[in-house]
Design a protein around this ligand. Sequence first.
Ligand code: HQG
Length: 179
Amino acid sequence: MRDLVKDSKFLSLILRHKPETIGIRLDDSGWVEIDNLLEALARHKRPLTREKLMEIVATNDKKRFAISADGKRIRASQGHSLDIALGYAPCVPPAVLYHGTASRFRQSIEDRGLLKGDRHHVHMTSSVDTARAVGSRHGKPVILSIDAGAMHRDGYEFFLSDNGVWLTDHVPASYIDFG
Ligand code: HQG
């Protein structure tokens, strides 16, 4: 199981951030042919069988990877730093969304709102538990409540990734309840 996690983390690196590590390119929407991916992984001494790849996709705790409808291509559902267009349609968010962060970022977020940093979007969740887990990755967790309903009414766009992560461009501090 630990191997699967290791391979899954490497796949996240390839499919979100650095496909050049194994000499491949993603298309404009982040997809790559599974055949090409497996070949490139083997060439770079990270061989993976098709079965193992499918097991990673199926068992991944956050369903980070998606297979195309024809079964031939794979991409990460969110979390990219590469300049790709995921093509999610804007949709109506729940009234409240949560963002987990670390206490040391709080002052800066109060000053500047939530910024997307290296990623394409600010990431939010409808689950307080998920927000707490994400915040814990960075330090002492702080859970911010975001008035997504008001943002949406004010014209901000929201997107829902294939694996259930809510995305938006920027969250001004005025929409954030710091608790
Ligand atoms: C913080 C996981 C200072 C922000 C999760 C976060 C997520 C600010 C950090 C996905 C700030 C960026 C993304 C400001 C934001 N001043 N700090 N103005 N605005 N920050 O990792 O949201 O496991 O890029 O609060 O489930 O933590 O990768 O973003 O602490 O969906 O699939 O800057 O990663 O998914 O950190 O996590 P990240 P994130 P995966």
